[in-house]
Design a protein around this ligand. Structure first.
Ligand SMILES: [Zn+2]
Length: 563
């Protein structure tokens, strides 16, 4: 019968364990010096060897150490503990049914002496899944454990284990296994199993499995069943629904060239063909970091490279990976992220949002048919004189252009709104608003309000009260741009969420400053008082939507019913 590689090559002894050197050494010393504790917690990411090591430990503490070995595999206890049905090594999977019955049974039997071994070992896997009742029962048991019993608790989420339990256990943190260690182990297994595979592919397996030995062996299993001839990188990508080298490179190329449409089409194609967007984003991060290293260290440059864009994409993907994984619609999240970076940074990118605010300048020197320039670009920054001249002559003045005075007023209103949010801020309000954010993604591609939705989703919700919220942006330019549009943003926000709030904007950096100030003031008993917002005078009617029904209907189109 075929046995999966993960089971076949599961370490049987301390020496076989991959990685976790400190944990292994400490446990070995404890056995050697007879300083065994009665309860342990092993915690860390999945597939890093927690249960495996718990099983080795269970046998080693019972071993009679023939020939001076920690786990001799030949003494009478080792022969008993090797059996699958060994009654003195009890495995409980807390994930299966919250463990109430198991823990009750454990409690009733824990005082009985082991039937053939010296120690009775309880291994409780995914211990954080136990119900409160089961935790309490377990707590009573490990508070006064019988001399003959040892508990080994394993979990991927130590935060969810009650402090009262943790404080009574000796804790061991399991690290992700390094790629090099995984590759070494995969090479060992491949050679024994006659799997025809290069180190390059093994390294890619290690990368994709993110430090999990079990997942790595699972992938090796899959590719080895697929093919007996040499397994290539392309085989590996195909089998795991990942992108081939060329596809990743093409994606980066489209990104550098600002081919918005092509990028959205690609992401949709990946998604529709069942590819895992999170894995693809991961692949992209690794490829981008290779590109950056090649660019600066090895001087390898493709002519389409825009290294600044590549760095921003690598950084953003890295930072947002956690949110991407959590997202219910990773494909949409990914699309918006890409579009936002291009909108902010790429002059080559055609921005559907700012079409009315841009001028198109023919530039024959450029490799592109046309060059799109934001009207706010400072003339001094443009190096090409002709380019500047053309830009000036073609400058389109937006009817809604906001003069400096009005902008100052918008900032004044914004400041009052920030103050007012602090004056009435509450955790409940913040949570209520947060829970609404997922609603926005449904409107991302609406032709009328999609650009406003992107602006909202691009922001971080920082604080909220009944009447105000604060959104923050990474760049000052985004704050300025969106402040000019704040009335529209606010209307869309309130229509979709059903709230009725005024919105204040701030940069991430300034948010950190005023937050600290707020905390300091609060400690010193300084109170924020609610203030009336300054009103915009007649001159600024252009800026502020008059709110009449016609314009609102025009704005929302058929997406939202206006009452
Ligand atoms: Zn033994």
């Amino acid at each position: 019968m075929y046995q999966v590689l993960y089971r076949k090559y599961r370490p049987k002894n301390f020496d076989d364990v991959v990685g976790q050197k400190i944990v292994v050494k400490t446990l070995e010393n404890a056995i050697r010096n007879n300083k065994i504790s009665h309860s342990y917690i092993f915690y860390g990411p999945r597939g890093t060897g927690k249960t495996t090591l718990a099983k080795i430990m269970a046998r080693a503490v019972n071993c009679k150490h023939q020939d001076g070995k920690l786990l001799c595999d030949s003494c009478k206890n080792c022969i008993v503990s090797k059996e699958n049905e060994c009654v003195d090594i009890i495995e409980i999977d807390a994930a299966s049914n919250n463990g109430v019955d198991e823990i009750r049974e454990l409690k009733s039997k824990v005082n009985l002496v082991p039937s053939s071994l010296d120690y009775k070992i309880y291994i409780i896997d995914e211990v954080h899944m136990l119900s409160m009742g089961a935790f309490n029962a377990l707590l009573k048991t490990i508070e006064e454990p019988p001399a003959h019993s040892i508990f080994i608790l394993a979990t991927t989420e130590i935060d969810k284990v009650p402090e009262t339990i943790i404080s009574r256990c000796q804790t061991f943190s399991f690290e992700r296994v390094s790629n090099n260690d995984i590759v070494k182990r995969l090479r060992y297994v491949s050679d024994l199993e006659n799997i025809n595979i290069s180190d390059e592919v093994l390294y890619e397996i290690a990368r994709v499995s993110e430090g999990g030995m079990r997942d790595s062996l699972g992938m090796l299993d899959k590719v080895s069943i697929y093919k007996t001839a040499e397994i290539t990188l392309e085989d590996f990508y195909k089998l795991n629904s990942l992108l081939a080298e060329k596809e990743i490179k093409d994606f980066i190329k489209d990104f550098c060239l600002g081919n918005n449409k092509e990028l959205i089409k690609k992401i949709n194609d990946y998604f529709n063909s069942g590819k895992n967007i999170v894995q693809i984003a991961n692949q992209l991060v690794y490829k981008l970091s290779d590109v950056i290293v090649d660019y600066y260290i090895n001087n390898v440059k493709e002519d389409f490279f825009d290294i600044k864009l590549i760095e921003v994409l690598a950084n953003t993907l890295n930072e947002k990976m956690f949110d991407l994984k959590k997202s219910e619609h990773p494909n949409i999240y990914f699309e918006i992220m890409i579009l936002n970076i291009l909108r902010k940074l790429s002059p080559k990118s055609i921005d559907y949002e700012d079409k009315k605010n841009i001028v198109i300048v023919e530039n024959k020197n450029s490799g592109f048919d046309s060059k799109i320039v934001e009207k706010e670009i400072d003339d001094n920054n443009a190096e090409d004189e002709n380019f500047v001249e053309k830009k000036k002559s073609n400058r389109v003045v937006n009817k809604e252009e906001i003069n400096e005075e009005n902008l100052k007023l918008l900032y004044d209103i914004n400041d009052v709104r920030i103050n007012n949010t602090f004056a009435e801020a509450s955790k409940d309000a913040l949570n209520n608003h947060k829970s609404m954010f997922s609603k926005f993604s449904d409107f991302t591609f609406d032709t009328k309000i999609g650009y406003l939705i992107c602006d909202i989703m691009d922001a971080t919700l920082r604080a909220a009260s009944e009447r105000n919220i604060i959104l923050s942006y990474e760049y000052d330019s985004s704050v300025k741009k969106n402040l000019k549009n704040i009335d529209k943003i606010q209307k869309v926000y309130n229509q979709i969420t059903g709230f009725n709030v005024s919105i204040a904007l701030i940069t991430d950096e300034n948010w950190e400053k005023i937050k600290e100030e707020y905390i300091k003031n609060k400690k010193n008993g300084i109170i924020y008082e609610y203030k009336e917002e300054p009103s915009l005078d007649d001159n600024s009617e252009k800026v502020v939507d008059d709110g009449n029904s016609e314009s609102v209907i025009e704005m929302f189109g058929d997406v939202i019913e206006y009452e």
